[in-house]
Design a binder for this molecule. Structure first.
Ligand SMILES: C[S@@+](CC[C@H](N)C(=O)[O-])C[C@H]1O[C@@H](n2cnc3c(N)ncnc32)[C@H](O)[C@@H]1O
Length: 298
């Protein structure tokens, strides 16, 4: 939403609603995610209408006298991490549930990974975050591989979300080739796709520089993943991004969704909480310090 139109179009009004919801609560974040979806839909509708009549909206919109102020304000407060202008258009177009919004950070952390280290992403969906991580390792040229773990089979709600971006996915179909294509073949070279249940995932023990969990909201999966990958965390180094850390605010009555949050707080002597909330998302960031808190639980 880092944009402003000279006229008060549908998209412009949606951006104005977005401006009102610039807070950090899950309600604000959820509203803004839906507004982004609505803007994407409006743009698709506009493109389709223009195929029939290039001037369909001529004389439709009232003037927006504040266009320059709007751009400046939105650039300052909205999606500071989503510095889209610096990345390829194809990557910008990948539907995102958060990876694109924190793209700048993912790229920076991935670019810092050293030779011999690896990056692990749990929950790739259509590859929005995977692509950002791959851009980072491509930039560093140290041969670091991004390991993306996912079923790579979209469920019904993910299919619907993809459809709002014009991407057709059928239930049960493997999405590995689709994701390879979306993130572009040259970036896909930096990615190892691990298709399957995270509960069955295996890890080869390579040190992990960046660990992004966007799949394991609840206790069983979250701790299982930590037991699988945690022993390869690098003391005082590994960046841990928990994409759904604040998601429970949206459903406060669902105690199970608080698990990550409560467990990390209980075990905070093993981690440093480096970023409370990533802008415009439910994500938070820790640095691994020491110990094996995951091994003590059970
Ligand atoms: C929220 S989406 C990931 C969004 C993505 N990181 C982005 O930024 O756009 C969660 C993904 O995790 C995958 N997932 C969730 N639980 C899983 C499990 N137990 N095993 C494998 N994949 C899982 C889903 O298939 C889905 O693709």
């Amino acid at each position: 939403m880092r944009d402003a139109a000279h006229s008060r179009t549908v998209c412009e009004v949606l951006r104005e609603i977005n401006d009102i919801h610039q807070g950090d609560t899950q309600i604000d974040i959820s509203t803004r995610a839906m507004l982004r979806e609505a803007v994407d839909m409006a743009k698709r509708m506009d493109r389709r209408l223009k195929e029939y009549n290039q001037e369909w909206d001529k004389d439709w919109w009232e003037n927006n006298p504040n266009v320059n102020d709007d751009i400046e304000r939105r650039m300052a407060v909205d999606y500071l991490a989503m510095d889209d202008d610096t990345i390829p258009e194809a990557i910008r177009r990948i539907p995102s549930m958060g990876g694109r919004e924190i793209g700048r950070y993912l790229r920076e952390w991935a670019a810092r990974a050293q030779k011999g280290q690896a990056i692990v992403e749990l929950g790739s969906w259509l590859g929005a975050g995977t692509a950002q991580l791959a851009l980072g390792v491509a930039q560093s040229k140290r041969g670091v591989v991004v390991h993306a773990f996912d079923r790579f089979k979209a469920n019904q709600s993910e299919i619907q979300k993809a459809a709002t971006h014009g991407i057709v996915v059928k239930a049960g179909d493997s999405t590995v080739d689709l994701v390879r294509g979306l993130i572009t073949p040259s970036l896909a070279e930096h990615v190892a796709f691990h298709q399957g249940e995270i509960m069955k995932a295996k890890w080869n023990g390579q040190p992990i520089a960046v660990y992004v969990d966007d799949a394991c909201k609840r206790e069983k999966e979250f701790l299982h993943a930590l037991r699988t990958f945690g022993p390869s965390f690098i003391p005082n180094e590994t960046v841990i991004v928990l994409m759904d850390f604040w998601y429970f605010e949206r459903y406060p009555e669902d105690r199970g969704l608080r698990f990550q949050h409560d467990w990390m707080k209980k075990n905070i002597n093993h981690f440093e909480h480096t970023q409370g909330r990533m802008p415009g998302t439910s994500a938070t960031v820790f640095r691994y310090l020491r110990g094996k808190p995951w091994a003590e639980v059970k």
